[in-house]
Design a protein around this ligand. Structure first.
Ligand SMILES: *[C@@H]1O[C@H](CO)[C@@H](O)[C@H](O)[C@H]1NC(C)=O
Ligand SMILES: *[C@@H]1O[C@H](CO)[C@@H](O)[C@H](O)[C@H]1NC(C)=O
Ligand SMILES: *[C@@H]1O[C@H](CO)[C@@H](O)[C@H](O)[C@H]1NC(C)=O
Length: 450
């Protein structure tokens, strides 16, 4: 009784804290395939030892295409906070803001101001002035390229050599001359995965006839906040019980979750087909297993109605309503990661640019069933930390077989989860990301001062 109430309180505290302070955020962005989350609320690293310490007193201008709870902007904010923590002067500009007062913009700007980041209007003398004075200008996403001509005008030339362009997208419509024509003249491009970098090199050359500047691949890392929950077994148990109870799923049932904004590109439809097929295989082979459940986190009936209806219809047709659970878009993914057994990363086409949910799941010791595409292939070690299947319809049966495999072999599932966690500790922590970014910033500063 007493134990139960403590647990309930913890869950309540956890969930309310995470919604109020935007802690442990999982942004959904249908536009960018590089979703990211978790900017830093506390930075404990001692400044002297921090990889970014050399940025102390440097003036950095950050230019964000928008200010929303989506991957690109939050990642840039995360870097802004890391730089503030080592004593950089950081100035922030948002190119596109809603006309009306927007509570997300307001709350994110307040958060930045609170951390000593200066927030400026995108246009005007002040912005130009800072761009000229800055030691470094970080332009975030391909779209942000528009700002260069529109705002800097004849002052463009002296600024370009100190621009680092951070790119997180891998879609055709970003290869527009109006966005990226200055790419060849900037100090460098920073891209989240090797696949995406290759893709940009090819497409800029072939489609636009321009050459990428020096391009640095920087894999992302998990925030300290996420790692803290992932490594807290008490919190995880409490969250697991709470979420399972809310879904009506028993403790020993096996949960496969796909955590992405619901859209065709993220492959929820194909995942549900695989899931249904896996149930059939289990029935045909008369395998004695706990119940399998599928959780689709990231529903938004307002945004993707047609596709959402298609998913619901499939579930009803196949009579698997009691096995499939839809959860609305949420910023707090940790409770779901704590309560599932396997993460499915089913992004289609060229796959994820990076796919931060993948390293977040691995931090929670979850094996990953992922498409053999994009950043997923640079994160998941096939056969060791998860299993890969092809994109498209060809992938449906292999994924179904992989679902059965992980449902049947508990030992394998747990071992893969453990290996995934070890891989995160080796290369996908905030510290690793800071180290990788530090190398790039040093290079860019060196070039800018030449
Ligand atoms: C880029 O082009 C090269 C050769 O033209 C090719 O081998 C490679 O697969 C391409 N990469 C991507 C990501 O399209
Ligand atoms: C999920 O979102 C839909 C519409 O967007 C809403 O009607 C529904 O109440 C939400 N469900 C929960 C559990 O919040
Ligand atoms: C992943 O490994 C399995 C065997 O474990 C193999 O059949 C499959 O082709 C591999 N996929 C990729 C993309 O390497």
């Amino acid at each position: 009784m007493a134990k139960h109430s403590v647990a309930t309180l913890m869950v309540a505290a956890f969930l309310s804290v995470s919604t109020v302070t935007v802690l442990l955020m999982r942004p959904y962005n249908s536009d960018s395939s590089c979703n990211t989350n978790n900017f830093q609320n506390q930075i404990h690293s001692s400044v002297g030892n921090a990889p970014l310490a050399f940025m102390k007193s440097k003036l950095v201008l950050m230019v964000s295409h928008e200010l929303t709870l989506s991957g690109g902007p939050l990642l840039l904010m995360e870097l802004a906070f890391l730089l503030r923590a080592v004593g950089s002067d950081v100035v922030w500009i948002t190119i596109q803001k809603p006309e009306e007062l927007d509570h997300v913009v307001y709350s994110l700007e307040s958060k930045m101001l609170h951390r000593g980041i200066q927030v400026l209007p995108a246009r005007g003398e002040k912005a130009v002035d800072i761009a000229i004075k800055a030691n470094l200008v970080i332009l975030n996403t391909a779209v942000a390229g528009k700002w260069l001509d529109v705002v800097l005008k004849e002052k463009l030339a002296p600024v370009l050599p100190k621009v680092l362009w951070w790119i997180h997208e891998m879609r055709g419509h970003y290869f527009k001359v109006e966005y990226v024509k200055h790419l060849p003249s900037v100090a460098g491009a920073m891209i989240d995965s090797h696949t995406t970098a290759e893709y940009w090199k090819n497409r800029t050359r072939e489609r636009l006839g321009i050459t990428m500047p020096e391009t640095y691949v920087v894999h992302l890392g998990n925030s300290k906040e996420l790692m803290e929950v992932a490594e807290d077994s008490v919190a995880k148990t409490v969250l697991r019980e709470h979420v399972r109870e809310s879904l009506g799923v028993r403790n020993d049932d096996i949960l496969f979750a796909i955590i992405n904004s619901v859209s065709r590109g993220k492959g929820q439809d194909l995942f549900l087909r695989s899931f249904h097929q896996s149930l059939q295989i289990i029935q045909e082979k008369k395998l004695q297993l706990p119940s399998l459940h599928a959780v689709v986190v990231g529903s938004d009936m307002n945004a993707q109605t047609k596709f959402e209806m298609e998913l619901r219809k499939f579930v009803i047709e196949k009579k698997i309503q009691d096995r499939v659970h839809f959860v609305n878009k949420t910023l707090a993914v940790a409770p779901y990661l704590a309560s599932i057994d396997v993460l499915v990363q089913n992004s289609q086409g060229r796959g994820e640019c990076f796919g931060r949910i993948t390293i977040e799941a691995m931090a929670f010791r979850l094996p990953v069933l992922g498409t053999a595409a994009g950043g997923t292939m640079e994160i998941v070690v096939n056969g060791t930390t998860g299993l890969l299947h092809p994109v498209g319809k060809e992938g449906v049966t292999p994924l179904a077989n992989n679902i059965v495999k992980l449902a049947t072999h508990v030992e394998k599932r747990l071992t893969m989860g453990k290996k995934g966690y070890e891989r995160v500790k080796e290369r996908f922590l905030e510290l690793h990301m800071s180290q990788r970014i530090a190398l790039v910033l040093k290079e860019v500063l060196r070039k800018a001062s030449q």
